[in-house]
Ligand binder design. Structure first.
Ligand SMILES: Cc1cc2nc3c(=O)[nH]c(=O)nc-3n(C[C@H](O)[C@H](O)[C@H](O)COP(=O)(O)O)c2cc1C
Length: 402
């Protein structure tokens, strides 16, 4: 793997990171920005990695065999630590003005950024916009920064993640435990048309389902994402089908689920739809009016019921509740015959970038702390992998009729 070191005070922690990676058996090549070399000497990284350190793009001997392309091609993961504000900006701008940015521009490997900077730099909307741009690319991930005393004297967000945390995040990036598995994810709201311009919808942003789709693809799965209307970009590696209403989602899901190993139902499917949508725009001048609604099919329960006998995909449902979270989740688990229910409160999960959930399965309840939806997606998939290795669905097929 490649360890790219930026010019921040926490570059000294990257020496420890390099040591830790090598200790765990990784082959580590290091590259340093010019500013990084003012904080720690390349010799330190050379001694720790046992390999020559790339310090300059315009070095005749380093580039005798186009070293920057070799570095870009031969590494399965790039770690940028510390990822300075300046380095994040240069990567986001697509620059290749030194050996670090040029390698990162040329590589197709996943790249883990460990940002480290002053709290006000970190909160600067320009820094955040640059980071968002990289995360939208799908090849980049971040670890940290943490909160605490900063070298600049401020206290707050901006501390580079500790070397062991970065090692763990690197291991997560390299995991391929869903290789060869077909994973179907539904995401976003469904919208039910009232007339050609109005609809009934809900506040789901789609972020949780998209995070699951992205994590599953990163972990090697063949991912089909069935999405209600959202403003989100398709996660890299996922094949996306767009739908509007619950009936359309049900059709697409039935098709995709037939060959799936795992189905994750993260979509917020509308419970009701207008009984007879108007083909033309409804006018206001009718005065007080009424909208007749009919219940939508319970897509999750239908899938659960269909699993009796035959091929059993692992089935994950979501429960968004305002009260009695655990009791409602347990009820859903049994009633809808799913293997895992991810239960969260409506006021926490909807719309934001974070979530706080209970993972409820027949084996028990796991209460997770509040975390990013990306992290939660990985935790859900960890449980899915356990269910898969336990032999697929935890719901036993129904006994044949006597
Ligand atoms: C003592 C000192 C500490 C610095 N620490 C940081 C830091 O932690 N994070 C950061 O983004 N920039 C920091 N900077 C500013 C960067 O060194 C500067 O933006 C530099 O151009 C970064 O270059 P690079 O991103 O190419 O490595 C620091 C500068 C100095 C002089």
């Amino acid at each position: 793997m490649l360890l790219a070191v930026g010019g921040g005070i926490s570059a000294y922690k990257s020496a420890e990171l390099c040591r830790e990676l090598v200790r765990r058996g990784a082959i580590v090549s290091c590259a340093m920005t010019r500013a990084a070399q003012s904080f720690v000497a390349p010799l330190t990284f050379q001694a720790l990695s046992g390999r020559r350190v790339a310090t300059s793009l315009m070095d005749a001997s380093e580039e005798a065999e186009i070293g920057h392309i070799r570095l870009a091609d031969e590494n399965d993961l790039c770690i940028v630590a510390p990822a300075t504000a300046n380095l994040i900006a240069r990567i986001a701008a697509g620059m290749g003005d030194d050996v670090v940015t040029t390698v990162l521009l040329a590589t197709r490997a996943r790249t883990l950024l460990a940002p480290a900077m002053n709290v006000n730099m970190w909160r600067n909307p320009i820094v955040q916009a640059n980071l968002r741009r990289l995360l939208e690319d799908g090849r980049f991930e971040t670890i940290g920064p943490g909160v605490g005393d900063l070298a600049c004297g401020w206290v707050g967000e901006g501390r580079m993640a500790e070397p062991l945390e970065i090692v763990e995040a690197a291991q997560r990036c390299l995991r391929r435990d869903l290789e060869g598995r077909a994973v179907v994810v539904t995401a976003g709201p469904t919208v039910e048309d009232i007339d050609p311009v109005r609809f009934l919808g809900n506040r789901s942003s789609g972020r949780m389902g998209y995070a699951v789709a992205q994590a599953a693809a990163r972990r090697g799965a063949k991912v089909t994402l069935i999405s209600g209307p959202t403003s989100l970009a398709t996660p890299p590696g996922a094949e996306r089908t767009d739908v509007r209403g619950a009936l359309e989602m049900r059709d697409q899901l039935a098709r995709a689920a037939a060959s799936a190993d795992v189905v994750v139902m993260a979509a917020a499917v509308a419970d009701y739809r207008p009984a007879s949508p108007s083909p033309s725009k409804l006018k206001r001048d009718v005065g007080t009016t009424q909208l007749d609604l009919v219940p939508n099919p319970d897509i999750l329960a239908e899938l659960g019921a269909r699993r009796d006998g035959g091929r059993l995909p692992v089935l994950v449902g979501f429960a968004v509740e305002t009260e009695d979270l655990e009791a409602n989740a347990r009820q859903k688990l049994e009633k809808k015959k799913v293997d895992l229910v991810v239960a969260n409160r409506a006021e926490v999960g909807f719309g934001g970038a974070e979530n706080e959930a209970l993972l409820v399965s027949r084996e028990g309840v796991q209460a997770l702390a509040r975390m990013s939806k990306d992290d939660l997606a990985d935790r859900i998939l960890d449980r899915v992998c356990e269910l898969l290795s336990a032999g697929g669905s935890a719901t036993p097929p129904r006994a044949p009729p006597p």
